[in-house]
Write a protein that binds this ligand. Structure first.
Ligand code: GLU
Length: 451
């Protein structure tokens, strides 16, 4: 049997990291097994579903690279892929249940008779979970009277207004679309006995179920859209790489047997399987996510780095097309975890007027005999015969010896004079990149305040 998974979002909000992780696991599972990944829009709740929300979800999935083999914009043999356009199919399935005596009318609604027996969900992750829907649903807690009262355990599958209910359409579509594996959040585990009862009533073998543990925020409660890192579109704006976000999301609930943590996309596809999914809830950690991104930044090819960083350079007012950009970007790899941090690391290379950081300048000013040191440094570099890293380092070492200090004592003023601050990319490669005349010009300019 070929593997067919699906992501079935309800377009009532943003694409949240929990939903994106569900999409990723379904996508990875399908890819790993050479199957198909279906995108189905569960928009039967007309009041809460919006086009804008659907667009955010589609954009988020596209940005993450979680392309669907069937679904909106792509088509497929099992469409339409919006539930709001599938009413005829639901009517047809309802007629089957009517014919087999599984449903009845109740005050304008249609109810499905739940069986009075133990239903066992054989879940790939949570193990076996058994429930008797009739017993479970026959009493409910009334929050107004604070008392338990009798209830009708049979499930409403169609409202008096004609709208179909989630449980019914979800099962009908999984049947119609030939879904082989349902991978979804653990919050749906309690719905699954109802779904199994429906599958049985239709005489269809249910798909394999895998309910993935929840992803909690750092304080251990349900992640809300206000938590840092909750919304996928914010990752794009903050300078994350989609491959890194997928990598981190994969780790939120799954681990490789050898504890490897950094996976390039193809490797993630080949390593991911349901067996590695953890049984306990995961906790979201923004710093770890940034660390994963930094590791991916380091592994990008030069041209990919230029492509990804370009928009961030432009946004920061830097000349993205400048010939020095590729070399500058190489210098930023070790200092940036996010694409949005790159401009700060390399901005100084493209400045015509250096902006000095006050604390860094104060550190230089507090050195003994600074004017003398700066002048030895400047004239040393002016006399350098060649301009590569080795030549520059030995020139600075000689200049330091000339004034009786160690090389490090000249590196600090040199860095602040040329780059404006004690932080930023490695100094010597920056000097190479700037070229001798520009370095001398900057050092002279800086020295003038210590005359
Ligand atoms: N529309 C449901 C949700 O967003 C889908 C549940 C499922 O995957 O079966 O939670």
């Amino acid at each position: 049997m070929s593997v067919r998974t699906r992501f079935a979002p309800s377009p009532t909000g943003f694409l949240h990291i929990g939903g994106a992780r569900t999409a990723l696991y379904n996508w990875l599972y399908a890819k790993h097994h050479g199957g198909s990944f279906v995108l189905r829009v569960e928009d039967t709740d007309a009041e809460r579903s919006t086009k804008a929300s659907m667009q955010v979800i589609l954009d988020g999935l596209k940005w993450l690279g979680l392309d669907w083999d069937e679904g909106p914009g792509v088509g497929g043999d099992f469409g339409p892929y919006h539930q709001s356009e599938r009413v005829e199919i639901y009517d047809r399935y309802l007629a089957k249940l009517e014919a087999s005596g599984h449903v009845y009318e109740d005050e304008g609604a249609i109810r499905f008779r739940v069986p009075d027996k133990l239903i066992t969900v054989h879940d790939e992750i949570c193990g076996d979970v058994s429930t008797n829907l009739k017993e479970q649903g026959s009493r409910r807690f009334n929050t107004e009277t604070n008392e338990e009262e009798e209830a009708n355990p049979d499930i409403v599958i169609k409202r008096p207004n004609g709208g179909y209910i989630f449980h019914f359409v979800n099962v009908v579509d999984d049947i119609e679309m030939g879904i082989s594996h349902v991978i979804r959040g653990e919050d749906h585990l309690s719905n699954t006995p109802k779904h199994l009862a429906l599958f049985e009533a239709f005489g269809v073998t249910p798909p394999t179920f895998a309910h993935i543990p929840l992803n909690l925020n750092p304080s251990g409660t349900k992640m809300s859209k206000r938590d840092q890192g909750a919304l996928i579109h914010e990752y794009q704006e903050s300078g994350f790489l989609p491959a890194a976000v997928n990598n981190y999301m994969a780790l939120l609930g799954w681990s490789a047997k050898d504890d490897q943590e950094i996976f390039l996309p193809e490797e993630l596809q080949s390593r991911f399987d349901l067996g590695g999914i953890n049984k306990s809830n995961s906790k979201f950690d923004y710093d770890k996510c940034k660390w994963v991104n930094g590791e991916h930044l380091r592994q990008l090819s030069s041209t990919d780095l230029q492509d990804w960083a370009g928009p961030f350079l432009t946004r920061a007012g830097l000349p993205a097309g400048d010939a020095r950009v590729p070399a500058a970007l190489e210098l930023s790899r070790e200092r940036a975890q996010l694409l949005s941090e790159i401009p700060d690391v390399i901005a100084t290379i493209f400045e015509t007027v250096v902006t000095y950081d006050e604390t860094s300048v104060a550190k230089v000013a507090s050195q003994d005999d600074i004017a003398n040191k700066l002048s030895a440094l400047t004239s040393g570099l002016e006399g350098a015969e060649s301009w590569d890293e080795v030549a520059i380092k030995s020139t600075i070492t000689e200049a330091a010896q000339g004034v009786g200090v160690k090389m490090g004592a000249l590196m600090l003023p040199c860095r602040v004079g040329v780059m404006g601050s004690t932080s930023g990319a490695d100094l010597v490669p920056v000097l190479v990149l700037l070229g001798k005349p520009e370095v001398i010009r900057r050092l002279q300019e800086f020295s003038s305040q210590f005359g």
